[in-house]
Design a protein. Structure first.
Length: 476
């Protein structure tokens, strides 16, 4: 029964309800098509309930000492046997409601990108974890519990784009509710105007265009104040959500598996075999760099689009403490020092390559037509982005790992990958690189993505042969 409720909730929340909200906002809440849309929504929900009941009845799994056997399907039944060695991670998540029933969402991620999900009792999940990773010897536990301070929560909140978009949606929804139900009481409109607006059956977009065309210049200041207020409220919501998300952050490494736990209301629990960790990422958003902070993530074998393609090892940590963190929990990635870096003579090449891209040239040209000052500001921004890319670019490779550093629109990223997961290496040269004894170092990694390839440009040429033979040396 819990599985049925979970399936229904997930489908309606993530698929049908957003479609309903978009349709009503596009056509207008008072549109003559509103009854048809709501009727269609109810029919779809009934279909989802029926489909979820059939899916629950036909979904069966069995775990023995060697395989996980899965049987599922409504219209077409499938049977799979997956060796335990192909499991790359286990993760669980729950909510306040699920904890009341002592159950959690249980996810098995398979090397290759597949995922198996069930809703099970916590006791069953605990027994399954022991069975699945029992083949790997266990060592003494290393546990770290990080209590983030206000600055760290603020940095996380202000640099999480997806979270910020969600908080903006909440603010706009609250604003729409207030203006729809309390506009007269707040003095925003008269009762006659409110009745006229409710009788207006035009779509949201037509109403918005008319409002923009009739707004006077003096009223735009009020609009700016409103937008500023929405931004501040969004930041506060982000801060609260970040606190609820990363509170009680814990890392546990017992030698065979890495366990990451965090959350208050929705608790997250990820378990990854240490032998399946492919690489780490040290991320420094632009705001983090001002305060000397960074984020540390881990990549699983076969990084793909699943929930643990990468996991946050530390959401915010002082850069000076990263070395100690890796030494205690992931010593195979310790002692990372970027050796190859582009010299000052290559700065013009980085600036040019970051400006003269087709989409950037088109963007600047269009903006120049409407506002030359704005286009100049954007051009300076692109040039500064190119300079930051030059400043943070670098590469190093040795018998243990390959490390690559870059900057993507002011966000610095360092990827450290174990040598055995480097798939190909190559050297590219053009007219400019040959003339200046430089080369572009390119490499690709084992991944579930169609292509995971990286390039470090305009580095010195003296290590090109060693880089080309990197894979061969690995095999020997």
């Amino acid at each position: 029964m819990i599985e049925i409720l979970y399936q229904n909730y997930y489908q309606i929340k993530h698929f049908f309800f957003p479609i309903l909200a978009f349709a009503l906002s596009f056509l207008g809440a008072n549109s003559k098509y509103k009854p048809i849309i709501i009727t269609a929504f109810i029919i779809f929900c009934i279909c989802v309930v029926v489909h979820s009941i059939l899916a629950w009845r036909n979904k069966v799994f069995e775990i023995n000492s060697n395989h996980v056997k899965i049987s599922k399907g409504v219209y077409k039944k499938t049977h799979n046997e997956i060796p335990l060695s192909r499991i790359k991670s286990i993760n669980t998540s729950d909510s306040l409601l699920k904890r009341m029933f002592n159950i959690s969402d249980f996810h098995l991620e398979i090397i290759g990108g597949d995922e198996i999900s069930f809703v099970l009792s916590n006791r069953e999940i605990k027994d399954l974890k022991k069975d699945l990773f029992s083949q790997i010897p266990e060592e003494s536990n290393k546990v770290i519990s990080q209590r983030l301070n206000l600055l760290e929560y603020t940095l996380i909140a202000l640099t999480n784009g997806k979270l910020y978009l969600s908080s903006l949606s909440i603010c706009f929804a609250m604003g729409s509710f207030i203006t729809s139900h309390f506009a007269v009481q707040l003095g925003l409109t008269t009762k006659e105007q409110m009745v006229h607006q409710q009788a207006d059956e035009r779509s949201f977009w037509n109403k918005s265009n008319e409002a923009l065309s009739t707004t006077h210049a003096s009223e735009w200041l009020i609009v700016l104040y409103v937008l500023l207020g929405i931004f501040v409220i969004s930041c506060i919501i982000n801060l609260i959500v970040s606190y609820l998300t990363y509170r009680n952050f814990k890392i546990n490494n017992n030698g065979k598996e890495l366990t990451i736990q965090y959350g208050i209301i929705n608790k997250k629990n990820f378990v990854i075999p240490v032998s399946h960790i492919r690489s780490i990422q040290i991320i420094e958003p632009f705001l983090f760099q001002f305060f000397g902070y960074a984020q540390v993530r881990v990549d699983n074998i076969g990084v793909g689009q699943q929930r643990t393609a990468w996991l946050t090892l530390m959401p915010a940590i002082k850069k000076k403490n990263i070395k100690r963190l890796l030494n205690e929990y992931l010593s195979q990635f310790d002692n990372v020092n970027i050796e190859l870096r582009p010299d000052k003579r290559t700065i013009p090449y980085y600036l040019l390559t970051h400006v003269f891209k087709l989409y950037k040239v088109i963007c600047i040209a269009i903006l120049f037509y409407f506002s030359p000052k704005v286009s100049l500001a954007i051009l300076i921004l692109f040039i500064f982005s190119g300079f930051m890319s030059w400043r943070h670019s670098g590469l190093t490779f040795n018998q243990n790992f390959l490390a690559y550093s870059t900057s993507i629109f002011f966000k610095r990223k360092t990827i450290v990958t174990l040598k055995k997961y480097v798939q190909t290496t190559g050297i590219r040269k053009g007219i400019l690189t040959r003339r200046n004894q430089k080369a572009h170092y390119v490499f690709s990694l084992f991944s579930e993505s169609v292509m995971e390839r990286y390039r470090c440009s305009f580095l010195d040429n003296y290590k090109a042969n060693d880089f080309l033979n990197y894979i061969t040396k690995n095999k020997n």
